[in-house]
Design a protein around this ligand. Structure first.
Ligand SMILES: O=C(O)[C@H](O)[C@@H](O)[C@H](O)[C@H](O)COP(=O)(O)O
Length: 260
């Protein structure tokens, strides 16, 4: 069992000695939620991000999980995607496919990549239409509170500037409160053209794991999890679940500014 150095309940975060320990715990957390949702409703909707998160899922590809997880019940989405061809090195789909999805028996029809033939506007509309269709077929549930889609689990990363998904500090998109999926053409992190889930969708999730490793992110972690409230919070601090559970998975370096 992966040993946590620190566990905090409010805000909920777990600190691990290193990324290796974190990845073991993240695999168990994800497998446990998969089991719960498959039992409760016969499907598990999982939202991936890009970046280092995919590497941190590697323990799910090992025993016991690779054999025990009901992969056929998984439905996989992206919280954000770069508007590039699916075989482009910048594609979050390619990153996840090469490092994770190609190694487990998730039915290809349950993997919802963007339509890479479209413009950012078109790809965002198309992805939102895909989600609406999945609500009709009851793969995806809607939040009873606000009518936004309610995913079972989102696995999020965070950039050193405190961005989550493709919602960047100071960008107007952080205030989008109508669309489910929107687009950005001037992302400060390259490549510039992306689609992204909006905060009302992210914040309607049942569970979110916010996974952050490394000292480059320590200041943003401190800012997001600190007690000082600011009028202009980082996007990472705007992940707030009213009817769900957010857990931060941190390594010691990312958590280094939290104590003292
Ligand atoms: O488009 C992307 O780059 C990702 O989807 C993005 O949202 C990522 O999760 C963060 O940028 C953190 O990335 P790292 O884990 O690599 O720092």
């Amino acid at each position: 069992m992966a040993e946590a150095l620190i566990k905090s309940e409010n805000p909920k975060y777990i600190v691990f000695k290193g990324e290796e320990e974190l990845s073991k715990s993240l695999a168990k957390y994800t497998a446990d939620l998969s089991e719960k949702f498959v039992r409760e409703r016969g499907a598990f909707t999982v939202v991936l991000s890009g970046g280092s998160l995919i590497e941190s899922l590697r323990k799910l590809l090992e025993a016991p999980y690779v054999d025990t997880v009901e992969w056929a019940r998984w439905h996989v989405f992206w919280v954000d995607e770069r508007v590039v061809k699916k075989d482009h090195p910048d594609s979050n789909y390619k990153l996840a496919f090469d490092g994770f999805l190609s190694k487990v028996p998730i039915p290809p029809g349950h993997v919802y990549a963007i339509n890479d033939a479209l413009s950012p506007e078109g790809a965002a509309d198309d992805y939102e239409a895909c989600l609406r269709q999945l609500v009709k077929t009851e793969v995806l549930e809607l939040s009873k509170d606000n009518g936004f889609p309610k995913f079972d689990l989102m696995l999020l990363g965070m950039g050193p500037d405190g961005h989550v998904a493709s919602l960047f500090p100071g960008h107007a998109l952080v205030k989008e409160n109508r669309r489910w999926v929107t687009f950005i053409k001037d992302s400060p992190k390259p490549p510039p053209q992306r689609i992204t889930f909006t905060f009302p969708v992210i914040n309607s999730s049942s569970y979110i794991a916010q996974v952050v490793c490394g000292s480059n992110e320590a200041a943003a972690v401190h800012n997001a999890l600190g007690t000082e409230k600011t009028s202009d919070p980082l996007p990472a601090a705007m992940v707030i679940l009213k009817d769900g559970e957010l857990t931060w998975f941190l390594d010691e370096a990312a958590a280094s500014l939290l104590q003292g």
